[in-house]
Design a binder for this molecule. Structure first.
Ligand code: AMP
Ligand code: MG
Length: 312
């Protein structure tokens, strides 16, 4: 069921959960200060209790409800990138329920760039909004994906579908340099050039799992096996899905998708392909290896998601 902003706000204020569109993926929104509603979010998703949620806000003043540590760094980052696909990790205020942060003393916060969702949060105040999929499955990028995972359990807020298709960048702003815990559409280079602050990536660091609880768990995985390939397959199988991006690979046809260098579009469609492959009973998804990260693009985020989906 698609609901209006007003109806969605009433449901959330009453302790209910609504699926909301953002510019990245759909989220399952609950009142961030309602412990029961947040607990229900974890339970329905089957999300481990130590994998904290991102709190979504619609106005900068709402950040003061979540942290006492708003400094120059926070101001520079939020001014440059909010609303947008960048989540910041900051010291949390004691009034933020422990269940939201998985017991951590930090909280992840973002202001999504989506007019209907911003209007909703204006009315409800901060909401937790993990991706609207069952834990371990690819994130939902269409209302049909939410319904596929949860049936008609949750109403879906009206509004345009996500335009990016992969989850936000997660940036720990308590460290110096700042640390990217999860790559997304906002890259280290973009942050450095907009703010003059130094940024490092925790992607390869061994302590990433400690700092970024979500990276401990399987993510973004369809039931079909995802395999990264370097060359054109000798034989193409009609019961597999193929995702290519370069000129020397086959062009799009049934179950074959060639993005011809359009990586933004590939990111937009990736989870839908994962879900469609499962729907069609395909047991394999072959994805052409992405080129080495051209740093100011979405390629490193896409690589991260595809590598996770293809790992055992
Ligand atoms: P999702 O909402 O499903 O996209 O997942 C949220 C991501 O944000 C997960 O990878 C979490 O580990 C990460 N996250 C949320 N809160 C924190 C926090 N306080 N510290 C570090 N990472 C966090
Ligand atoms: Mg998720």
């Amino acid at each position: 069921m698609i609901v209006s902003v007003q109806k969605a706000a009433d449901i959330i204020k009453d302790g209910g959960i609504v699926a909301i569109p953002t510019e990245t993926v759909y989220g399952l929104a609950a009142d961030a200060f309602n412990v029961e509603a947040v607990k229900k979010t974890f339970d329905t998703k089957g999300r481990p209790a130590d994998n904290p949620l991102i709190v979504h806000i619609s106005r900068l003043e709402q950040l003061e409800l979540l942290t006492d540590h708003i400094d120059q760094t926070t101001e520079k980052i939020t001014k440059s990138f909010w609303p947008g696909p960048l989540t910041i990790v900051i010291h949390k205020k004691s009034s933020v329920p422990d269940i939201v942060t998985g017991g951590l003393d930090s909280v992840a916060v973002r202001m999504p760039n989506h007019p209907d969702t911003l209007e909703l949060i204006n009315q409800t105040g901060p909401v937790t909004a993990p991706s609207a999929n069952r834990s371990g499955s690819p994130s939902a990028t269409r209302p049909a994906h939410v319904e596929n995972d949860f049936g008609s359990e949750f109403p879906v807020l009206e509004g345009v579908y996500p335009s990016l298709g992969i989850e936000s960048t997660v940036l720990d702003i308590r460290t110096e340099p700042l640390t990217i815990l999860r790559p997304g559409a906002v890259t280290a280079e973009m942050i450095e050039s907009a703010t003059g602050l130094k940024v490092k990536s925790a992607e390869k660091s061994s302590d990433m799992k400690r700092h970024s609880p979500g990276s401990r768990y399987t993510h973004y995985k369809p039931a079909a096996r995802v395999e990264i390939i370097l060359d054109k397959p000798d034989k193409m199988d009609r019961n597999s899905t193929y995702i290519f991006h370069s000129n020397n690979m086959p062009r799009s046809q049934a179950s074959v998708y060639n993005y011809l260098g359009n990586f933004d579009k590939l990111a937009h469609d990736l989870y839908d392909h994962f879900r469609q492959a499962d729907h069609s009973g395909h047991s394999q998804i072959f994805i052409e290896k992405l080129p080495d990260s051209q740093k100011s693009s979405i390629i490193s985020a896409l690589k991260d998601r595809i590598e996770r989906a293809s790992s055992d």
